[in-house]
Design a protein around this ligand. Structure first.
Ligand code: ADP
Length: 220
């Protein structure tokens, strides 16, 4: 099977999200066709993205002329204009683009996109807000929800778990969480084992359900 990871991607809507996505894909060596209906935005990005065009994405003929039907993957990054987002999504589905990603601003918006046949709906503002809430309200250094109820966090070890081999800490039984990796100052992350003894200065990666991780992260 062909490796699709480096297939060209069409990015529609060059607001903050679409622009940073298109530039990052370009930086990683992926060919991008970026489309926006604001000529000024297109001009300001010309030269930084492989192919870039001014067009109204709700116009089926315009999408055809740009060769959009030949793409395997598309990212629809129009968020605030709900009508344009929905119309464009239905055109991408009609054009039988296999892998469609779309940004949604609200849950309802996301539901409509999914019903239209968009495979991957993302909620960048909502997800980032949740993530930052975890960071500002606790001891967490980083937080990533990998599924609705499962997270990976970067934090410091609670006092009671310093100096005891993890194998004897009963962490999983008591809190339902697992310490996956440990980083001592000046070193790289290594996998935690039953013999690992944590120090106050270590940084750890912990996995578990969101609720269990929050309980663990509140330990002094
Ligand atoms: P962000 O919050 O990431 O900045 P926006 O939803 O505000 O995202 O930006 C969406 C982008 O999509 C804007 O640059 C806008 O010009 C573009 N856009 C909106 N409607 C269309 C359309 N019909 N065709 C092409 N581009 C569009």
């Amino acid at each position: 099977m062909a490796d699709i990871r480096n297939d060209p991607v069409v990015v529609i809507g060059l607001g903050r999200f679409g622009t940073s996505l298109a530039l990052e894909l370009t930086r990683r060596g992926t060919e991008v066709l970026a489309i926006d209906h604001r000529p000024k935005v297109v001009q300001s990005l010309a030269g930084q993205i492989t192919h870039i065009a001014t067009a109204d994405a709700t116009d089926l003929e315009a999408l055809r002329q740009l060769g959009v039907p030949d793409f395997y993957r598309a990212v629809l990054a129009i968020g605030s204009d709900l009508e344009a987002s929905i119309l464009t999504a239905s055109l991408l589905v009609e054009l039988e683009i296999d892998d469609i990603w779309a940004k949604a601003v609200t849950r309802q918006h996301g539901r409509i996109l999914s019903r239209l046949g968009v495979k991957h709906v993302v909620f960048p503002e909502h997800d980032m807000g949740e993530r930052v809430a975890h960071l500002v309200s606790g001891r967490l250094l980083d937080y990533m929800e990998v599924d609705e109820d499962f997270a990976l966090v970067k934090t410091r070890p609670p006092r009671d778990y310093v100096g005891t081999p993890l194998g004897r800490s009963n962490l999983r039984r008591k809190y339902g969480v697992t310490i996956v990796a440990v980083k001592s100052p000046g070193e790289r992350f290594t996998y935690a084992t039953a013999d690992t003894e944590l120090t106050y200065d270590d940084v750890i990666i912990v996995s578990g359900s969101t609720e269990e991780i929050e309980r663990f992260a509140e330990l002094p």
